[in-house]
Design a protein around this ligand. Sequence first.
Ligand SMILES: *[C@@H]1O[C@H](CO)[C@@H](O)[C@H](O)[C@H]1NC(C)=O
Ligand SMILES: *[C@@H]1O[C@H](CO)[C@@H](O)[C@H](O)[C@H]1NC(C)=O
Ligand SMILES: *[C@@H]1O[C@H](CO)[C@@H](O)[C@H](O)[C@H]1NC(C)=O
Ligand SMILES: *[C@@H]1O[C@H](CO)[C@@H](O)[C@H](O)[C@H]1NC(C)=O
Ligand SMILES: *[C@@H]1O[C@H](CO)[C@@H](O)[C@H](O)[C@H]1NC(C)=O
Ligand SMILES: *[C@@H]1O[C@H](CO)[C@@H](O)[C@H](O)[C@H]1NC(C)=O
Ligand SMILES: *[C@@H]1O[C@H](CO)[C@@H](O)[C@H](O)[C@H]1NC(C)=O
Ligand SMILES: *[C@@H]1O[C@H](CO)[C@@H](O)[C@H](O)[C@H]1NC(C)=O
Ligand SMILES: *[C@@H]1O[C@H](CO)[C@@H](O)[C@H](O)[C@H]1NC(C)=O
Ligand SMILES: *[C@@H]1O[C@H](CO)[C@@H](O)[C@H](O)[C@H]1NC(C)=O
Length: 273
Amino acid sequence: MQLTNIFVSALLATAVSAKGHNGTDKAQSVKSQCSQMAKLTAETKLAANDTKLAQHFDNNQTMIDAFKTKAADAQTKLTTMEANTTLTAECAVIQAHDEAVSACGAMSSIEKMVSLAANDTKLTTKFDGNTTKIDAFKAKVADAEAKLTTMQANSTLTSFCSVQATISQCKEMSQLQKEVAMASNETALATKFKGNDTKIADFKAKAAKTQTKLDALMGNSTLMDTCSTLTKAGTTGASTSTNNAKSPAARVEIAGGVLSVAAFVVTLGMLAL
Ligand SMILES: *[C@@H]1O[C@H](CO)[C@@H](O)[C@H](O)[C@H]1NC(C)=O
Ligand SMILES: *[C@@H]1O[C@H](CO)[C@@H](O)[C@H](O)[C@H]1NC(C)=O
Ligand SMILES: *[C@@H]1O[C@H](CO)[C@@H](O)[C@H](O)[C@H]1NC(C)=O
Ligand SMILES: *[C@@H]1O[C@H](CO)[C@@H](O)[C@H](O)[C@H]1NC(C)=O
Ligand SMILES: *[C@@H]1O[C@H](CO)[C@@H](O)[C@H](O)[C@H]1NC(C)=O
Ligand SMILES: *[C@@H]1O[C@H](CO)[C@@H](O)[C@H](O)[C@H]1NC(C)=O
Ligand SMILES: *[C@@H]1O[C@H](CO)[C@@H](O)[C@H](O)[C@H]1NC(C)=O
Ligand SMILES: *[C@@H]1O[C@H](CO)[C@@H](O)[C@H](O)[C@H]1NC(C)=O
Ligand SMILES: *[C@@H]1O[C@H](CO)[C@@H](O)[C@H](O)[C@H]1NC(C)=O
Ligand SMILES: *[C@@H]1O[C@H](CO)[C@@H](O)[C@H](O)[C@H]1NC(C)=O
């Protein structure tokens, strides 16, 4: 048990050290440039549509004219930014990634709804036995289920989501491991809990449960192998980006932590299929 903990430590230490101090700023800056572009695009679009402008500004011509002047500046800025193909390519990658992440969230939320709708006991509890509410919920779920079926048929998306889920588990292991390590470090405990023995004992009791959970996760060799692979891929991605900033994917994802970089490397491969 102790040995495997050390193994995970080493594994995740690599991940942490790979999460370069540099690169983060760059990734953040690309992200903020992309959101700036999105904002400028929205402004120019609005400025070009008189119907929308009238609605938006309540037919106030003074405000419309002022906005159009501002939008002319926006257009100039946007044109300059759009000329940077490196930037536009990176933004496309970020957008695709964000959309996929949100689709994974939608899928898991619909899955939960479907499972709730199929369990009458749970439905009764949740809706206080109100059959009107229950029927309305069931109708809503039936609609959402059609959407779910479409998404589930997209293997690019389902593979992506599965990698995302694994990454979450790898991250969770890292977190659990830190807790367990802390519970056996008296110095760290004394500092954290300011020498309060009650709190320390509580933390240790909690850590014993955490250990059980961690052992269960670590007993899954498929998961361990995947985490290891992702960590290695993450190391590569991060150092690449720090050194020569060549890979947009890696740079973009550094902001989200090295395991996301790894995800991205994998995802990129999948999107290229
Ligand atoms: C990051 O890199 C830049 C130049 O590439 C350098 O000026 C800066 O000091 C670095 N920051 C850190 C925290 O290493
Ligand atoms: C302008 O905005 C209106 C209202 O939102 C919309 O119906 C219309 O399609 C837009 N026109 C153009 C050219 O985008
Ligand atoms: C239009 O907006 C301007 C600036 O906010 C305001 O001073 C003016 O009173 C508005 N005009 C009308 C007709 O509401
Ligand atoms: C294009 O955008 C990238 C990413 O923000 C930036 O690193 C690069 O310097 C820009 N190139 C030019 C010519 O502005
Ligand atoms: C499948 O999902 C990917 C990732 O979200 C998306 O880019 C692609 O457009 C989807 N394909 C179809 C056919 O909907
Ligand atoms: C329905 O939910 C209840 C309460 O959470 C649970 O005990 C039961 O096993 C569930 N039934 C099915 C068929 O999943
Ligand atoms: C059930 O919910 C509906 C819709 O929210 C509400 O109008 C109705 O009064 C509720 N019935 C009972 C018995 O609480
Ligand atoms: C225990 O925690 C302290 C303070 O956080 C740290 O400096 C020390 O290296 C830790 N000891 C071990 C054995 O991990
Ligand atoms: C230690 O923490 C417990 C639980 O939070 C609290 O009730 C107690 O007063 C604390 N003891 C001291 C000596 O601060
Ligand atoms: C092991 O982990 C993998 C990847 O997260 C998962 O698909 C699989 O169901 C797990 N196996 C067991 C026995 O929990």
